[in-house]
Structures are given as structure tokens and as C-alpha cells.
Design a binder for this molecule. Structure first.
Ligand code: ZN
Length: 106
């Protein structure tokens, strides 16, 4: 692998690319799951190469094991148990748990 890019100027472009890739993944997730998966894989590869983190809002939208785009009721099952959100990937059956973020509702 040849590494041409040097310096930190590529990070901003990379973040934009990740944004675009997740946007496409979301659009394709219903029609072409494989295409959506490839978008996510590519986004992750860009993030790894430039050592940037996938934004938090995207991190819960794909399966970390098989990179499928998670759509509740379609590719994932979402349950709330003991104050935790439990997301099961229906593709590879991997389970992830997140704490429920409580908002002040009055
Ligand atoms: Zn999965």
C-alpha cells in the first residue's frame, strides 16, 4: 500500500466522505443491503486510515460484526430491558447493549 497523503489536511475531507457514505448507506439499506454494507465498510476503512472516529450518531447504525446497516424491524431487533437498549443484529445475531439516555420529560 502506497501512502501518498501526508499531513492532517485529509481529515476534514475524510469526515465529509464518512458523512456521505453513511448517508448513502441509509438510502440503500432498504433496497440493497450489500451496497449499504459496502458503504459502511468503506467509511470504517477511511476512519481507520486517518485515525478518526466514526461519529457517535453513526456508530449505533451499523453492526460491528458484519457491518450491516441496522434498521429496527428489518435488519435489527430493538428491545429495552433493565434500563438498557438491546440491539440484536438479525444478520449475524450479535447483540449490543446501550444505556438508555434519559431525557427530562415533564
Ligand atoms: Zn451483524
Amino acid at each position: 500500500m502506497a501512502e501518498k497523503a501526508r499531513g492532517g489536511s485529509g481529515k476534514k475531507i475524510s469526515r465529509e466522505r464518512i458523512d456521505i457514505l453513511f448517508h448513502h448507506a441509509r438510502e440503500w439499506a432498504h433496497d440493497d443491503m450489500e451496497l449499504a454494507r459496502r458503504c459502511i465498510l468503506l467509511a470504517r476503512r477511511i476512519a481507520m486510515k486517518h485515525r478518526i472516529r466514526i461519529p457517535r450518531r453513526y456508530r449505533r447504525q451499523f453492526c460491528r460484526s458484519c457491518h450491516v446497516y441496522l434498521i429496527p424491524g428489518h435488519t435489527s431487533r430493538v428491545r429495552i430491558q433493565h434500563g438498557k437498549v438491546i440491539v440484536t443484529c438479525l444478520e449475524c445475531r450479535s447483540i449490543r447493549r446501550y444505556p438508555v439516555v434519559k431525557q427530562n420529560i415533564r
